[in-house]
Design a protein around this ligand. Structure first.
Ligand code: FES
Length: 145
């Protein structure tokens, strides 16, 4: 059912954790299943993503897509990171079963939410970036998950 790459990223997720004093943090929830993902970005003065970490309280496909998404945005400019769509993440993972496609949306939304946070903090606009609909960071309590 799952590709070798999905299984690899699920069993050995890359970039799990958090970044203290991150340039941008985005937390999103999936309305269909209630799963939650948070992405941390460390962005340098040239708008290059130096580091990226994630925490996911969700299914295996969500873990695998977050892992791959963080790998894809690391070292990229914020403009290039905007091109890391759920489709790009799925392709990099050699596909997901149709029933799991919505899980990959979480990764794209979390990256966008973190970029939005970065843009807000720095008073800049990122072309093509809209305010995340499902950013739940303002409504949650500060607790680990
Ligand atoms: Fe919730 Fe996959 S089932 S993100």
């Amino acid at each position: 059912m799952y590709s070798d790459k999905v299984m690899d990223h699920f069993e050995h997720p890359r970039n799990v954790g958090e970044i203290a004093d991150a340039s941008g943090v985005g937390t999103v929830g999936n309305a269909r299943c209630g799963d939650i993902m948070r992405i941390y970005l460390d962005i340098d003065e040239n708008q290059i993503i130096r580091d990226c970490k994630f925490k996911t309280f969700g299914c295996g496909a969500a873990v695998a897509t977050s892992s791959m998404a963080t790998e894809l945005v690391k070292g990229k400019s914020i403009r290039e990171a905007m091109e890391v769509t759920n489709k790009a993440v799925m392709e990099a993972l050699d596909g997901l079963p149709p029933v799991k496609v919505h899980c990959s949306l979480l990764a794209e939304e979390a990256i966008h939410a973190a970029l939005w946070d970065y843009a807000q903090k720095n008073g800049i606009q990122i072309e093509g970036l809209e305010q995340p609909k499902s950013d739940i960071s303002e409504h949650e309590e500060e607790e680990e998950y």
